[in-house]
Design a protein around this ligand. Structure first.
Ligand code: PRP
Length: 192
Protein backbone atom coordinates (compact mmCIF):
# COMPACT_ATOMS: atom_id res chain seq x y z
CA UNK A 1 0.00 0.00 0.00
CA UNK A 2 1.42 3.40 -0.91
CA UNK A 3 1.84 6.20 1.68
CA UNK A 4 -0.80 8.97 1.34
CA UNK A 5 0.53 12.35 0.11
CA UNK A 6 -0.29 14.09 3.42
CA UNK A 7 1.88 11.62 5.34
CA UNK A 8 4.78 11.98 2.90
CA UNK A 9 4.91 15.74 3.48
CA UNK A 10 4.79 15.20 7.24
CA UNK A 11 7.73 12.81 6.99
CA UNK A 12 9.90 15.53 5.45
CA UNK A 13 9.11 18.00 8.24
CA UNK A 14 11.37 18.49 11.26
CA UNK A 15 10.49 15.84 13.87
CA UNK A 16 9.37 16.84 17.33
CA UNK A 17 12.44 16.66 19.56
CA UNK A 18 12.01 15.22 23.04
CA UNK A 19 13.58 17.36 25.75
CA UNK A 20 13.85 16.71 29.48
CA UNK A 21 14.28 20.42 30.24
CA UNK A 22 12.32 23.47 29.07
CA UNK A 23 13.44 25.30 25.95
CA UNK A 24 13.00 28.99 26.69
CA UNK A 25 13.21 30.02 23.07
CA UNK A 26 14.64 29.21 19.68
CA UNK A 27 17.42 31.69 18.97
CA UNK A 28 18.31 30.60 15.43
CA UNK A 29 15.92 28.32 13.52
CA UNK A 30 17.19 25.50 11.30
CA UNK A 31 16.43 27.29 8.03
CA UNK A 32 18.44 30.38 9.07
CA UNK A 33 21.37 28.16 10.04
CA UNK A 34 21.24 26.41 6.67
CA UNK A 35 21.11 29.70 4.74
CA UNK A 36 24.06 31.19 6.65
CA UNK A 37 26.12 27.99 6.32
CA UNK A 38 25.64 28.18 2.53
CA UNK A 39 26.91 31.79 2.54
CA UNK A 40 29.92 30.86 4.68
CA UNK A 41 30.67 28.00 2.29
CA UNK A 42 30.77 30.46 -0.61
CA UNK A 43 33.03 32.92 1.29
CA UNK A 44 35.42 30.13 2.29
CA UNK A 45 35.54 28.75 -1.26
CA UNK A 46 36.37 32.22 -2.61
CA UNK A 47 39.10 32.76 0.01
CA UNK A 48 40.90 29.47 -0.61
CA UNK A 49 40.36 28.91 -4.35
CA UNK A 50 43.62 27.53 -5.82
CA UNK A 51 44.63 25.86 -2.55
CA UNK A 52 43.44 22.67 -0.87
CA UNK A 53 42.73 23.90 2.66
CA UNK A 54 42.47 21.68 5.71
CA UNK A 55 39.28 22.25 7.69
CA UNK A 56 39.94 21.38 11.33
CA UNK A 57 36.87 20.64 13.39
CA UNK A 58 36.95 20.90 17.16
CA UNK A 59 35.06 17.97 18.66
CA UNK A 60 32.60 17.37 19.82
CA UNK A 61 30.55 20.54 19.38
CA UNK A 62 31.98 21.51 15.98
CA UNK A 63 31.12 18.29 14.19
CA UNK A 64 27.54 19.16 13.16
CA UNK A 65 28.61 22.50 11.75
CA UNK A 66 31.58 20.97 9.92
CA UNK A 67 29.50 18.31 8.20
CA UNK A 68 27.10 20.94 6.85
CA UNK A 69 29.82 23.51 6.10
CA UNK A 70 32.02 21.12 4.12
CA UNK A 71 29.10 20.40 1.79
CA UNK A 72 28.70 24.15 1.25
CA UNK A 73 32.41 24.54 0.43
CA UNK A 74 32.61 23.94 -3.30
CA UNK A 75 36.41 23.72 -3.72
CA UNK A 76 38.44 20.56 -2.99
CA UNK A 77 39.58 20.41 0.63
CA UNK A 78 40.59 18.05 3.42
CA UNK A 79 39.09 17.65 6.88
CA UNK A 80 40.53 16.53 10.20
CA UNK A 81 39.47 16.54 13.83
CA UNK A 82 40.85 17.21 17.24
CA UNK A 83 39.17 17.19 20.59
CA UNK A 84 39.51 19.82 23.27
CA UNK A 85 37.47 20.27 26.39
CA UNK A 86 37.00 23.03 28.92
CA UNK A 87 33.34 22.88 29.90
CA UNK A 88 33.09 19.27 31.15
CA UNK A 89 29.41 19.25 30.17
CA UNK A 90 28.31 22.26 32.28
CA UNK A 91 27.52 25.89 31.52
CA UNK A 92 30.74 27.53 32.83
CA UNK A 93 34.21 27.27 31.28
CA UNK A 94 36.61 25.56 33.70
CA UNK A 95 39.31 27.95 32.42
CA UNK A 96 41.62 25.00 31.76
CA UNK A 97 41.67 23.66 28.22
CA UNK A 98 42.72 20.06 27.68
CA UNK A 99 43.76 18.39 24.42
CA UNK A 100 41.85 15.10 24.47
CA UNK A 101 42.91 13.91 21.01
CA UNK A 102 45.15 15.41 18.31
CA UNK A 103 45.02 15.80 14.53
CA UNK A 104 46.19 12.98 12.28
CA UNK A 105 47.45 15.46 9.64
CA UNK A 106 50.82 17.24 9.47
CA UNK A 107 49.74 20.87 9.01
CA UNK A 108 53.21 22.29 8.22
CA UNK A 109 52.87 24.47 5.09
CA UNK A 110 49.10 23.92 4.85
CA UNK A 111 46.27 26.44 4.72
CA UNK A 112 44.38 25.58 7.88
CA UNK A 113 40.87 26.71 8.80
CA UNK A 114 39.69 26.01 12.34
CA UNK A 115 35.94 25.29 12.37
CA UNK A 116 34.34 25.99 15.75
CA UNK A 117 30.72 25.89 16.83
CA UNK A 118 31.10 28.76 19.31
CA UNK A 119 33.69 31.22 20.61
CA UNK A 120 32.66 32.19 24.12
CA UNK A 121 35.43 33.17 26.58
CA UNK A 122 37.94 32.59 23.75
CA UNK A 123 40.12 30.39 26.01
CA UNK A 124 39.65 27.26 23.88
CA UNK A 125 40.49 29.07 20.67
CA UNK A 126 43.53 30.86 22.14
CA UNK A 127 44.89 27.50 23.30
CA UNK A 128 44.23 25.91 19.92
CA UNK A 129 45.79 28.76 17.92
CA UNK A 130 48.96 28.49 20.04
CA UNK A 131 49.10 24.71 19.56
CA UNK A 132 48.68 24.95 15.79
CA UNK A 133 50.90 28.00 15.15
CA UNK A 134 53.90 26.08 16.55
CA UNK A 135 53.41 23.55 13.72
CA UNK A 136 53.98 26.31 11.09
CA UNK A 137 50.96 26.13 8.80
CA UNK A 138 51.10 28.41 5.73
CA UNK A 139 48.00 30.19 6.99
CA UNK A 140 45.74 29.77 10.00
CA UNK A 141 42.22 31.19 10.04
CA UNK A 142 39.12 30.69 12.15
CA UNK A 143 35.50 30.10 11.20
CA UNK A 144 32.96 30.01 14.00
CA UNK A 145 29.23 29.53 13.65
CA UNK A 146 28.48 31.52 16.81
CA UNK A 147 30.34 34.44 18.37
CA UNK A 148 29.48 35.44 21.95
CA UNK A 149 31.57 38.61 22.02
CA UNK A 150 30.22 39.88 25.37
CA UNK A 151 31.60 36.79 27.17
CA UNK A 152 35.13 37.20 25.85
CA UNK A 153 37.98 36.94 28.39
CA UNK A 154 40.87 36.89 25.91
CA UNK A 155 41.26 38.56 22.56
CA UNK A 156 41.08 36.23 19.55
CA UNK A 157 40.64 37.17 15.92
CA UNK A 158 37.88 35.55 13.85
CA UNK A 159 37.88 35.39 10.05
CA UNK A 160 34.41 33.98 9.34
CA UNK A 161 31.47 34.38 11.74
CA UNK A 162 28.01 32.88 11.26
CA UNK A 163 26.05 34.76 13.92
CA UNK A 164 26.80 37.16 16.77
CA UNK A 165 24.75 36.01 19.75
CA UNK A 166 23.92 37.43 23.20
CA UNK A 167 25.49 36.15 26.43
CA UNK A 168 23.06 33.28 27.01
CA UNK A 169 23.73 29.56 27.33
CA UNK A 170 22.79 27.96 24.03
CA UNK A 171 22.37 24.37 22.90
CA UNK A 172 21.65 22.52 19.67
CA UNK A 173 23.36 22.00 16.31
CA UNK A 174 26.30 20.35 18.10
CA UNK A 175 26.25 22.38 21.32
CA UNK A 176 25.41 20.49 24.49
CA UNK A 177 24.22 20.79 28.04
CA UNK A 178 25.47 17.84 30.08
CA UNK A 179 26.32 16.17 26.74
CA UNK A 180 22.67 16.31 25.60
CA UNK A 181 20.76 18.29 22.95
CA UNK A 182 23.55 18.27 20.38
CA UNK A 183 20.99 16.68 18.04
CA UNK A 184 18.63 19.68 17.89
CA UNK A 185 18.55 21.19 14.38
CA UNK A 186 18.26 24.74 15.76
CA UNK A 187 20.13 26.89 18.32
CA UNK A 188 18.02 27.35 21.42
CA UNK A 189 18.20 28.89 24.90
CA UNK A 190 17.41 26.50 27.73
CA UNK A 191 15.48 27.42 30.85
CA UNK A 192 18.04 26.29 33.44
C1 PRP B 1 32.79 24.33 23.66
C2 PRP B 1 32.78 24.75 22.20
C3 PRP B 1 34.08 25.47 22.02
C4 PRP B 1 34.36 26.03 23.39
C5 PRP B 1 34.16 27.51 23.37
O1 PRP B 1 33.48 23.13 23.81
O2 PRP B 1 32.66 23.64 21.35
O3 PRP B 1 35.12 24.58 21.63
O4 PRP B 1 33.46 25.40 24.30
O5 PRP B 1 34.22 28.07 24.67
P1 PRP B 1 35.29 29.12 25.14
O6 PRP B 1 35.41 30.18 24.08
O7 PRP B 1 34.69 29.68 26.43
O8 PRP B 1 36.58 28.42 25.42
P2 PRP B 1 33.40 22.21 25.14
O9 PRP B 1 34.62 22.43 25.97
O10 PRP B 1 32.07 22.42 25.81
O11 PRP B 1 33.48 20.75 24.53
P3 PRP B 1 32.47 20.03 23.49
O12 PRP B 1 32.67 20.71 22.15
O13 PRP B 1 32.92 18.62 23.48
O14 PRP B 1 31.06 20.21 24.01
Amino acid sequence: MSTPRSQVSQLSEIPEYELDVTMRRVLIPADELAARVRELGREISDTYRGSVPLLVSVLKGGVVFLTDLMRAVTIPHHIDFLQLSSYAGGTMSSGTVRLLSDLGTNIGGRDVLIVEDIVDTGLTLRYLLKQLEIRQPRSLRVCTLLNKQSARQVDVSLDFVGFDIPNEFVVGYGLDYEEKYRNLPYIGVLDL
